[in-house]
Design a protein around this ligand. Structure first.
Ligand SMILES: *[C@@H]1O[C@H](CO)[C@@H](O)[C@H](O)[C@H]1NC(C)=O
Ligand SMILES: *[C@@H]1O[C@H](CO)[C@@H](O)[C@H](O)[C@H]1NC(C)=O
Length: 218
């Protein structure tokens, strides 16, 4: 009896350990972060059949307001095709719950700064207010426009109905922490000049692990 009890408690410790490590093993590619065997509770705003490798891009580029997603599959599904469940609203990755379903993935979008010599920029982010001027532009030109138009020290590029606009902004105390995630297909890009009073930390609705490696599941 004692023996059986010990086995039970030992395996339940292992089981808990497995859940914890699974939900901590977040990986990322650009703005998309994901891990396996998990779910974010809450009602989906859309769903579509696809392979798991497309679900993150579908969230980021195709569905307005997508901030997070769950991918589920069944063992009878051909070629790993399953369902990408799109969700919206602010999420913390600590809210991911274990889903005992092989092949399932859950993920979310977060601000992911790309640091260049003169500026840092990210997809899916926005700075509110502080506008000094705006111009039609390609996305790649917006940082240069900001540099050429002092006192611009941060900017947002939007692409509404195929019309790109560079919004040049100034605020002497701006930092990356002021950037907000713009979900899904709204597609804003934001940037901040190196001399823009930035701090080295990044921000997002979730804690960001900058050494995440891409294994290209998503
Ligand atoms: C960016 O923020 C401004 C001000 O809050 C808002 O009016 C605008 O719609 C936002 N743009 C996007 C793409 O979210
Ligand atoms: C400038 O940025 C700071 C920090 O983000 C903010 O508290 C302040 O309201 C901003 N000023 C204006 C005029 O928007």
């Amino acid at each position: 009896m004692v023996f059986i009890k010990n086995i039970l408690s030992y395996s339940s410790v292992l089981f808990i350990f497995k859940i914890v490590t699974a939900l901590q093993n977040w990986r990322s590619q650009s703005s998309v972060h994901w891990t396996e065997n998990c779910d974010f509770e809450g009602n989906p705003v859309a769903n579509k059949a696809m392979p798991p490798s497309k679900c993150g891009d579908f969230c980021q580029f195709m569905v307005a307001d997508c901030t997070h997603f769950t991918f589920t599959t069944t063992t009878i599904a051909p070629n790993g095709i399953g369902t990408c469940w799109i969700k919206s609203g602010r999420i913390y990755r600590e809210q991911a719950i274990h889903l005992d379903s092989p092949g399932s993935i859950c993920g979310y979008l977060a601000i992911h700064w790309i640091n260049l010599a003169e500026l840092s920029w990210s997809f899916n982010c926005n700075f509110s207010g502080n506008d000094i001027k705006n111009e039609f532009s390609e996305g790649e030109s917006c940082g240069a426009l900001c540099i050429q138009n002092p006192p611009c020290n941060h900017f947002v590029w939007t692409n509404v109905e195929g019309q790109g606009i560079c919004w040049m902004k100034f605020n002497s105390t701006i930092s990356k922490e002021s950037a907000v995630l713009t979900p899904g297909s709204r597609g804003a890009v934001c940037g901040i000049l190196r001399n823009g009073g930035e701090t080295v930390n990044t921000t997002s609705p979730v804690s960001w692990s900058k050494d995440d490696e891409c294994e290209c599941v998503c």
